[in-house]
Design a protein around this ligand. Structure first.
Ligand code: UT7
Length: 344
């Protein structure tokens, strides 16, 4: 099942404030050596007090629109993958839709924890494939620093803030650019391994429970490797491809050891796996679009490349996707300039 949707723009935004491992050494019983050895993370970004998931998502969205060469008014739908929305409602996507001037667009959020961006991308691609939309903006944005338990060394060293975005638009037959296969899965029976309460969670002794990340890291780790590898293997096969056809994998950036285990098990060498977990830690829904925007900026993608996405997280949930890279720049602009030349 190939969906005729292509990524035509990418953008990312990370807050200025860098929090190093050394800073964490001063607040919890940990060491930079432990964090680097067990996770690969050296630093992460922390949102400024005035920043929110929508403000970071908006900045990433503006850059994605600029990369596609289009304006917000040309977007039909804004989908934001996030588990740290600005509020319970309205949707964070509505704030982004307003800020970018997407005056003809619908907007909604998708919460699938770290699989939020992939779930949004799968949804957006299907809006395009069914003909309901021509151009969809898919954002992955998180302000995890506001739900991290800064006294828990088992989690506080892992997470960071940031946002990434892509413009998805209708693919053109005969030109590179498609969603070749996708898979989304969930096992809600394992919700207790990684979760955060919210304002509507059951009251305990009449009291609201604080929103903070609670995780059994070791159990999640074990599952993560299996989930990433099994789903990646399945989407590659469903696309009629082999691992050798994958030019670049852009996996969820949670832990360097999970990424290298995936590379080993799939037989996909690390020089074809994009990594930036060292600089940002785990930004949940934002990891894949941030990494994709950086890979594009570094010239690691060329039209026709097959790119693998794979993610896992709270739910538990997991998923993977194979796309054919189209190169950035909206096809609408190509069509308009072809029409101009034909008229000249
Ligand atoms: O998007 C999905 C999000 N979740 C994940 O990706 C989490 C997946 N899990 C992991 O990445 C890893 O399990 C962690 C990085 C969370 C932990 O690494 P680990 O190698 O699985 O360590 P562990 O939990 O087995 O703990 C080993 C030891 C424990 O001490 P004892 O019991 O052996 O004395 C921990 O208390 O390491 C201790 N420890 C730490 N020590 C220093 C745990 N956190 C820290 C820390 N600094 N920050």
């Amino acid at each position: 099942m190939t969906l005729a949707a292509r990524i035509s723009g990418v953008g990312r935004y990370v807050p200025e404030r860098v929090m190093t491992n050394e800073e964490l050494e001063a607040t919890v019983e940990t060491s930079s050596e432990w964090i680097v050895e067990r996770t690969g993370i050296r630093e992460r970004r922390i949102a400024a007090p005035h920043e929110t998931t929508s403000s970071m998502g908006t900045e990433a969205a503006r850059r994605a629109l600029a990369s596609a060469g289009i304006t917000g008014a040309e977007i039909d739908l804004v989908i934001t993958g996030t588990c740290t929305p600005d509020g319970l409602f309205p949707a964070t996507a509505s704030a982004i839709q307003n800020a970018i001037g997407a005056t003809h667009a619908g907007a909604f959020d998708v919460n699938a924890a770290c699989v939020g961006f992939l779930s949004g991308l799968a949804t957006g691609a299907q809006f395009i494939a069914t003909g309901s939309a021509e151009r969809v903006l898919v954002v992955g944005a998180e302000t995890l620093s506001r739900i991290v338990d800064w006294t828990d060394r088992g989690t506080c060293v892992l997470f960071g803030d940031g946002a990434g975005a892509v413009v998805l638009e209708r693919a053109v037959p005969g030109e590179p650019g498609s969603i070749d296969s996708l898979l989304l899965r969930s096992d809600g029976s394992q919700a207790g391994l990684l979760y955060s309460h919210g304002p509507c969670s059951p009251l305990v002794d009449g009291l609201q429970q604080e929103a903070k990340i609670i995780m059994d890291g070791r159990a999640v780790f074990r599952q993560a490797v299996t989930m990433m590898c099994d789903s990646a293997t399945e989407v590659i096969a469903r696309a009629g491809l082999t691992v050798d056809d994958i030019a670049l994998a852009v996996p969820h950036q949670a832990n360097m050891r999970i990424i290298t285990a995936m590379s080993d098990r799939l037989g996909l060498p690390m020089d074809r796996v994009y990594v930036n977990v060292d600089r940002y830690g785990n930004t949940s829904s934002a990891t894949i679009p941030i990494a994709l925007a950086e890979a594009e900026a570094e010239g690691r993608l060329k039209p026709g490349d097959r790119v693998l996405f794979a993610s896992f997280g709270g739910g538990l949930s997991w998923g993977a996707m194979v796309i054919e890279w189209a190169g950035v720049g909206s096809r609408r602009l190509v069509a308009a300039s072809a029409a101009r030349s034909a008229g000249a």
